[in-house]
Design a protein around this ligand. Sequence first.
Ligand code: ADP
Ligand code: MG
Length: 341
Amino acid sequence: MILEIENLKTYYRIEKGVVKANDGISLSIKENEVVGLAGESGCGKSTLIRTIIRLVPQSAQVTADKMTFMDQDILAMPEKEFREKILWQGIALVPQSAMNALNPVYRVGDQCTEAIKAHTDYGKAECEQIVKRLFDAVGLQAGMMKAYPHEFSGGMRQRAMIAMSLLLNPALVIMDEPTTGLDVLVQERILRNIKEIRQKSKSAVSILLITHDISVIAEMSDRIGIMYAGRLMESAESMALFNEPYHPYTLGLKNAFPSIKAIDRELISIPGSPPNLLEDIPGCLFAFRCPFVIPECEKTRPPDLEIKPGHMVHCIRTDHVEEFRKLAGDKKTWQSSKSAT
Ligand SMILES: Nc1ncnc2c1ncn2[C@@H]1O[C@H](COP(=O)(O)OP(=O)(O)O)[C@@H](O)[C@H]1O
Ligand SMILES: [Mg+2]
């Protein structure tokens, strides 16, 4: 196991109350695994990343039953130790806005070699070799090492950031919405390249890929988690999640995005919007948008059911899933939910 998280809660305290941005997230990532996390904007994806790499504000309350990176307790670890030992060398981040992450006054290649020099005792030539190899891997020409950030297009900057994240050979790379602004084919190529890099290098690289677009991660992830309102609604191996989804929210999300396999299928969006995370809602947070809701759903929080080995579902109605799967493809089903009427 590279990363193990159990029952993580990250609550922001604001004037109006407590925002439960992550409310009991459990997630694990194995060596060499690509794990995708999908969910609508505001469901707590960036909060999860920021919690892992210690970027949440001091005022936030973070608790977990377990949070380890390669068996080291990164929840209890002092800040300084985390920055020196884990960040970049162990866990690297490709931030959501790659646009602003590069320093405009330095050549991109120099920024990369400086980053390696700061953490290793490699010589100039070795550093440049590493940068060149990674540029090549993400599809940037070696000549671009001499260019300044403004000479890069948005997509090229994104790729430069991915190359930079890999400079120190981290065991885990976290990508926050790398698809934003890039087309799917470019995305796919980059991820394929990363897979090649990790196959070539002796050390494995695991990837946590965060996105609001479920169809993108379907293609690239070994396992997928579906987030909603600070909780994980369902997680499973990609194939299982797409071929045999259990949670009504997953069924809804699948309808709402174009799939590469059925391009001309009509897209059906889920009526309504996620709950206010300031509110204390006792039951399932998806209940008021769910077309299959029963009174029971709104009473208590559903348990995380392991429906099959490695397939977790946060829903009490999984025994009716055959029926739900049939109904979910019909627009009328969704128009009947509480939030639609
Ligand atoms: N620093 C913060 N203080 C208070 N609330 C925050 C803070 N950061 C994020 N939030 C809230 O937490 C929730 C989750 O946000 P975020 O993690 O950014 O979601 P996502 O990345 O999925 O869009 C949102 O309701 C957001 O408004
Ligand atoms: Mg975000």
